[in-house]
Design a protein around this ligand. Structure first.
Ligand code: CTP
Ligand code: MG
Length: 222
């Protein structure tokens, strides 16, 4: 039952605002991408990793991370879904795939292992989640509030998200790919998605404040 992890790292990182694509920003001397790949390896639950990078960095990443026997490198696309689709094409005959943002560089390996364990126990789709602490409102284009979903029923969603490879391929073949996570595409097929407990350290490094937090956490550990 082989497990391939797809690591989308082809984004531009506009909200982070650094001069280079976000996944290549360094935390404590190593790129977010290298740390994300390392976490997947340390989980002991992943057989192969496919990293998906900006096309102009394909050569340099192949010459670096791509030298490892368990890492393949492919070029991503304009939207995250384009990048994941490119990764899926390189996933071969893996039974399960994980999709894991390079930007979640500090994800605890034990959480990754829990996602895989849940897949192997029979779930076709598994996502790590946390309760939300802010109250969330929906608003219209004018900024007027249109509703307040019950907070106790809301969850913030992390990665890695785990899938039966066949199910995720079906979801990507189904067409309409506007989505901010992969599970939502699978939900549209009517497939049940199992949640498991996420971890604070699996936060996505999105803004400059997140970068400060990530670096502080690494400093505190060293
Ligand atoms: N990603 C990708 N291909 C894209 C867009 C995003 O592989 N076309 C990846 C990013 O590299 C990141 C993950 O998807 O690891 C989550 O996306 P996000 O945090 O939004 O990163 P960016 O798109 O790079 O950031 P921003 O939206 O601020 O530009
Ligand atoms: Mg983005």
């Amino acid at each position: 039952m082989s497990v391939v992890a797809l690591v989308p790292a082809a984004g531009r990182g506009l909200r982070l605002g650094e001069q280079i694509p976000k996944a290549f920003v360094e935390l404590g001397g190593r790129t977010m991408l290298a740390r994300a790949v390392d976490g997947l390896r340390k989980s002991g639950a992943v057989d192969r990793v496919v990293v998906i990078v900006p096309p102009e960095l394909l050569g340099s990443v192949k010459a670096d991370l791509g030298r490892s026997h368990d890492v393949d490198v492919v070029a991503g696309g304009a939207e995250r879904t384009d990048s994941v689709r490119a990764g899926l094409e390189a996933a071969g005959d893996a039974e399960f795939v994980l999709v894991h943002d390079a930007a979640r560089a500090l994800t605890p390996p034990a959480m990754i292992a829990r996602v895989v364990a849940e897949l192997k126990a029979g779930s076709a789709a598994v996502i790590p989640v946390l309760p939300v602490t802010d109250t969330i409102k929906s608003v219209d284009v004018l900024g007027m509030v249109t509703g307040t979903p019950l907070r106790s029923e809301l969850r913030a969603v992390q990665t890695p998200q785990g899938f039966s490879t066949q199910v995720l391929r079906e979801a990507y073949d189904a067409g309409d790919l506007a989505a901010t996570d992969d599970a939502s595409l699978v939900e549209r097929l009517g497939v049940s998605v199992q949640t498991i407990a996420g971890e604070a350290h699996a936060f996505k490094i999105t803004t400059p404040l997140d970068l400060v937090l990530a670096r502080a956490l690494l400093d505190a550990d060293s």
